[in-house]
Write a protein that binds this ligand. Sequence first.
Ligand code: 0O2
Length: 214
Amino acid sequence: MLIKDWKEFLIPYEQAVEELKVKFKSIRKQFRSKNEYSPIEFVTGRVKEVSSILEKSKKLDIPLNRIYDEMEDIAGIRIMCQFVEDIYKVVQIIHQRNGKDLNIIYEKDYVKNKKESGYRSYHIIIKYPVQTAEGEKEILAEIQIRTLGMNFWATIEHSLNYKYKQSIPENIKERLKKAGELAFLLDQEMSQIKEEIVEAQTLFEIKSNIISDI
Ligand code: 0O2
């Protein structure tokens, strides 16, 4: 495929990512505007780089003409939460939208069933309809939902994988697994004092608002 063709191919994916980001960010805004706790801390999204699409198509043996139907994460949304239980609240919010503005294809709970690497996150693969100049297109997208701690770990592990070209030395792999467990322990400890933390954050926010009004 020529660069021009890739650009055209990726336009609906860019649209899907932008729309989904707006939708999940506005869920946070709605909670916050009612002065309620939001299970969503922040949202990011990206369209996979062409080089990564080509790499993944090779790895998964997906011919280029099947990428649209089979590659699930060209459009990717990441939803970060403060606490592990928030992940499941966000999952519930997404379930409620199933059959409305998105369709769930399948889910993988790597929070309860961590991957061999130590990776934890909740994945939902969806089909998302975007309106294009040529009519409606259903775009496959992956929503990853994780805590800030899980995100910290995954970001570091991802960059080490990049550095070592997917072959992280065994001793570093072991340390990473240990660090993943410790990050999860931190998540669990924080959950134990969630009420205290949320109350403190609310008070702090009220104080900051008063100061910015002066
Ligand atoms: P990028 O650069 O983030 O897009 P599987 O064969 O099922 O084990 P598969 O098919 O890649 O793996 O699907 P899976 O497990 O749902 O993973 C999809 C995405 O989840 C990955 O995309 C990563 O973003 C993230 N992920 C999965 N496993 C790991 C892991 O062990 N470490 C980290 N850091 N992230 C992981 P890409 O295309 O790999 O990468």
